[in-house]
Design a protein around this ligand. Structure first.
Ligand SMILES: O=C(NNC1=NCCC1)c1ccc(Br)cc1
Length: 331
């Protein structure tokens, strides 16, 4: 079996949403596929109205295939301190013509203000490893873990694009979606993330390659690229107007600064992925400001590097759960 679904970026590529059908008759919600977490949760009719702001609500009482898991609850807090919590139902879930008939659907009873304010986002599909699912008394499998045994190949792929729709595929690799070869790197799933080691980086096409092992996770749910301080310093030292402004939340530079270099990261076997300099200017710091917030920021608050959407949209990425490896290709 296999599946394929379009993903659509929100403004500034802050997140990517995909249509998901839940229940019978089907209820379609737009969800954020997040490889940095492992709960599938949705805005639901269980929420207080004050927490809802335009989102589509899953109504388990309107689904003939919904079964409430009595006594089960869930509560999750994300790296940006946003959170949600609620009850657990079993229902049928379809993503891109791939159906899991007994998926744990976590119906929200409470969401933090960040989620309430994001009116296009009806919830998340966590495709990290099930070991970090937050359901109690027993953790639940991810959508991919439930689908995997029936798939042609135990992989899903992420093709995120800058300012344009891309695709998530399940169970197969579309050889037309990438150029050159796919370089595979081992993944350590102990903490539930897609954690891997990059052999190093290069700033600009004429820069030298810096061999330094960068431990990090591939996270579709994080917008920016969070890297060690030394790597950020090497990059921003090449931008004439760059400043580290803690009051603005990190590195900024003049939006019209034409010296933003490309950033390359190693994946293995000498292969590198090139992130165009244009991807590394994120947004204006304030309305009317001439300064822009950098797409690359320090990972010092996190403890390891996060290869978020800014890095992922420069590549075709294979999340190979069957072999616990990540595949990286240019496109
Ligand atoms: O929460 C994380 N990723 N997903 C999402 N962020 C915001 C909404 C969804 C995340 C995961 C691991 C680390 Br380390 C830091 C952050």
């Amino acid at each position: 079996d296999r599946g394929s679904v379009q993903n659509t970026p929100k403004s500034y590529d802050v997140e990517y949403l995909m249509p998901v059908s839940i229940g019978t008759p089907s209820q379609q919600l737009n969800l954020d596929l997040d490889t940095g977490s492992s709960d599938l949760w949705v805005f639901s009719t269980l929420l207080k109205e004050s927490m809802v702001n335009g989102q589509t609500l899953y109504d388990p009482n309107a689904s003939t295939t919904a079964d409430k898991m009595e006594g089960y609850t869930w509560k999750i807090t994300y790296g940006d301190q946003s959170y949600s919590s609620g009850d657990v139902y079993i229902d049928t879930v379809t993503i891109g013509d791939l159906t899991v008939s007994t998926q744990a659907v976590e119906a929200a009873k409470e969401v933090s203000e960040e989620f309430t304010a994001d009116s296009d986002n009806d919830g998340l599909v966590g495709l990290g490893f099930g070991i970090i699912n937050t359901a109690k008394p027993y953790k639940q499998k991810t959508f991919f873990e439930k689908a995997m045994p029936g798939l042609d190949s135990p992989v899903f792929t992420a093709d995120l694009k800058a300012g344009a729709p891309g695709r998530y595929n399940f169970g197969y690799i579309d050889d037309g979606a990438y150029s050159g070869n796919i370089t595979y790197v081992p993944v350590n799933s102990t903490d539930g993330f897609w954690r891997w080691v990059s052999p190093g980086f290069q700033v600009g096409s004429t820069g030298s390659f810096n061999s330094t092992r960068i431990h990090g996770i591939a996270d579709t749910g994080t917008t920016l690229l969070l890297l060690p301080d030394g790597v950020c310093e090497a990059f921003y030292s090449q931008i004439a107007s760059a400043e580290y402004e803690p009051s603005q939340g990190g590195y900024t530079f003049e939006c019209d600064d034409s010296t933003i270099p490309d950033f390359y990261f190693g994946t293995g076997n000498g292969q590198m992925i090139r992130i165009p300099g244009s991807y590394l200017s994120y947004s204006k710091t304030d309305t009317g400001s001439s300064r822009c917030f950098g797409g690359m920021q320090s990972d010092s608050g996190v403890g390891f590097t996060i290869w978020g959407d800014i890095a992922l949209k420069a590549a075709f990425v294979v999340f190979d759960q069957g072999n616990e490896q990540l595949g990286w290709a240019e496109k």
